[in-house]
Design a protein around this ligand. Sequence first.
Ligand code: PLZ
Length: 450
Amino acid sequence: MTARGGPGLPQERRLVTAIPGPRSVELLTRRTDAVARGVSIAFPVFIEAAGGGVVVDVDGNSLIDFGSGIAVVSIGNAADQVVAAVSEQVAAFTHTCFMVTPYEGYVAVCEQLNSRTPGEFAKKSALFNSGAEAVENSVKIARAFTGRAAVVVFDHAYHGRTNLTMALTAKNMPYKQSFGPFAPEVYRLPMAYPYRWPTGPENCGSEAAAAAISAMKTQIGVDNIAAVLIEPIQGEGGFIVPGKGFLPALSQFCTDNGIVFIADEIQTGFGRTGAMFASSDEGVVPDLITTAKGIAGGLPLAGVTGRAEIMDAPHVGGLGGTYGGNPVACAAALGAIETIEQQDLVGAARRIGEIMLPALRDLQSRHPVIGDVRGRGAMVAVELVKPGTKDADPAAASAVAAFCHREGVLVLTAGTYGNVLRFLPPLVMPEHLLEEALTVLDKAFASLGG
Ligand code: PLZ
């Protein structure tokens, strides 16, 4: 029988076998034989259905989902409006290629992006398949607009796995090792990382901005810089919320010097941080914004949105791709955006933060391995260190994640040093499951001992 997911699934943590159970173990063996080992696995169970705040595995275990497929199913898996919109579209037509014969859904998604992203000016959008593809295209567009080549990125940044986006991504292992040479004209500057800023978090934003601006002037040359590209809260790099003032100062410097300021909101966008877009937290209005993940309820779709004159810089035919803005993915996006609005999931993300951040700070007061608690809305994390120091403790992060997994809570790790546990619940996560997962987390930290 086909498993049915969606919001109607019982919202409960239910363990009926060991994790992984026997059917998952069987499938894991087939996976090992059939799938290239480079494609890794965070939580070794196979999924049969998912919805609301849970994923159900092939052995009948119901697990609390604190990952959302890496910040994708913010509206919940198999959400009603996505299922309905996709079903209708798939029965009508599945593909024409927007560059061959267009269809309304693509235009409607662009209109939504143009009106919902920060900035009260004329905007345009273009659609792609993945976050990395959106980031690459944002750089192409910025280069075409400015006639300049250099791109500025930051320590701990993550922007994708294609050749250009590997160059833009900071961390070597596992993303870049043995895959070079990388694209040129990429310059990496220090990140405003409050927890690890040498003179303290209160000085971080302004000092980091001054350092970045000085490096742009002296080492790169302002007139050579096409774009400054940054995640308003860094995702894979460890949920680093930049020190206050950093983003506004960079954005202002870009405006003053004809540099395109690009916010990579692929992980932070569509309500995740308790605002539709994280840039708006400090009133920053990017010239271009990249989106993906939360935009389409799990279907592959990504976008670049921004000032019309910048978006229109590339020549006719200069942007595109066979599948970019596929009609089924566009239908899903329209359903997802409607769901975010109708269910006030931006407000739901804020409430998740209001529950989780104090709860995690309480854990921090009892478990000295937690060096830092940070994040906004439903994008929160703890950074684990050797107690009494700031030395990264990736082993503790792995141990806590493994404990949670055995107890039926899906959590993910992150961070340049692999020592961050990150929490990305669907924004529809019921409060009782949020509380239950936090209790499991407390036990997981207690199990570390010492
Ligand atoms: N920019 C800010 O978070 C994707 C990567 C998972 P794609 N993050 C998850 C992995 O290990 O591959 C991401 C992101 C930010 C760009 C991307 C890239 O998006 O859709 O994975 O290409």
